[in-house]
Design a protein around this ligand. Structure first.
Ligand SMILES: Nc1ncnc2c1ncn2[C@@H]1O[C@H](COP(=O)(O)OP(=O)(O)OP(=O)(O)O)[C@@H](O)[C@H]1O
Length: 297
């Protein structure tokens, strides 16, 4: 009984944790000192412009690439030396899946079933039938959308504790995308699966993510619950003489407008008020898409 009680009180391992991740490709810095922590059951959306470093971050978090600085842990284990037991609790779908291309869909699923005893074959059969995937066709002969669906079915069928998806919906049609999002929400809600996914599709984020990570030029400039975004991130436009050149506390982004004024994107904590100068200038709240566009300019 004592043993049972103590097992119950052990906290679940943090699905993802990272400190100080920095990555260079040659002289180009793709990640700059990124730290984060994702808790069990969260659905976290990772956004940022093309080339912002999203895929690099995902690969670094999972220990699929080496980094110049920092470290990450997956389900409590150092990512670079993750054991098979942890790998079996994790499912990852890359942006452009290329593995096992010479196999048919059916052969690939049989192969995966041998590696993952937890693979839910009924789910595989049902989902492949529902998506009308030609299961005798080679993976290399599928359309990009079909290929992406097969990978997602494979990943979801292993009933992972942690699901990491890099641009999972990029090749999917609206119906397939809706099914995927429904599945993700269902898994997180009922099954307690933790989900990290990158996307450019802002409406997908708004529909399913509980938290948003905004990556810009390799830096994690925003990490916030989606519900706090409207309250805590805003744009103000101020005359250039009103600001010093150095960036201020809570400043996420600044740019000079055609008339010389400065557009600032600011962040505050829910407990704080906006600074006086910002309230005087006028606060414009930003949705995810507005924020994306403002920072992308
Ligand atoms: N293998 C590589 N060699 C050199 N540079 C790379 C490599 N992989 C990525 N990069 C560069 O690192 C930066 C980040 O790339 P990454 O693929 O992580 O961005 P991303 O945010 O996923 O982009 P996208 O939204 O277009 O998929 C880019 O400037 C990219 O050109």
């Amino acid at each position: 009984m004592t043993g049972f009680a103590s097992i119950q009180s052990i906290p679940a391992a943090t699905p993802i944790r990272a400190v100080g991740l920095s990555k260079f490709y040659g002289t180009q810095q793709a990640l700059s000192n990124v730290g984060l922590r994702i808790e069990p059951g969260e659905i976290v959306g990772l956004v940022g412009r093309n080339g912002a470093g999203k895929s690099t971050l995902i690969r670094a978090l999972l220990g699929l690439i080496e980094v110049e600085a920092g470290m990450s842990w997956v389900l409590g284990e150092a990512a670079l030396t993750m054991g098979d037991d942890v790998k079996a609790r994790l499912a990852y779908v890359s942006q452009t899946p290329t593995a096992l291309e010479w196999m048919s869909v059916k052969q690939m699923m049989h192969f995966v079933a041998r590696l993952y005893p937890r693979l839910d074959r009924d789910y595989v059969n049902e989902e492949l039938r529902r998506a009308q995937i030609p299961i005798d066709r080679k993976l290399s002969a599928l359309s990009p959308g079909e290929r992406q669906q097969v990978e997602l079915v494979r990943a979801l069928a292993t009933r992972p504790e942690l699901l990491v998806l890099d641009e999972p919906a990029s090749a999917l049609d609206p119906a397939a995308r809706r099914d995927l999002l429904r599945d993700i929400v269902g898994r997180a809600g009922e099954g307690g699966t933790t989900v990290l996914f990158s996307t450019h599709i802002v409406s997908d984020l708004e529909r399913v993510a509980s938290r948003i990570l905004f990556l810009h030029q390799g830096r994690l400039i925003l990490d916030t619950p989606v519900d706090d975004l409207k309250e805590c991130v805003a744009q103000v436009v101020v005359p250039s003489h009103a600001l010093s050149e150095s960036s201020m506390v809570g400043e996420l982004h600044r740019r000079i407008l055609a008339d010389g004024a400065i557009s600032l994107v600011l962040r505050r904590s829910p407990a704080e008020d906006w600074p006086d100068f910002a309230r005087r200038a006028g606060i414009r709240t930003l949705g995810i898409e507005d924020l994306f566009v403002e920072i992308a300019r």
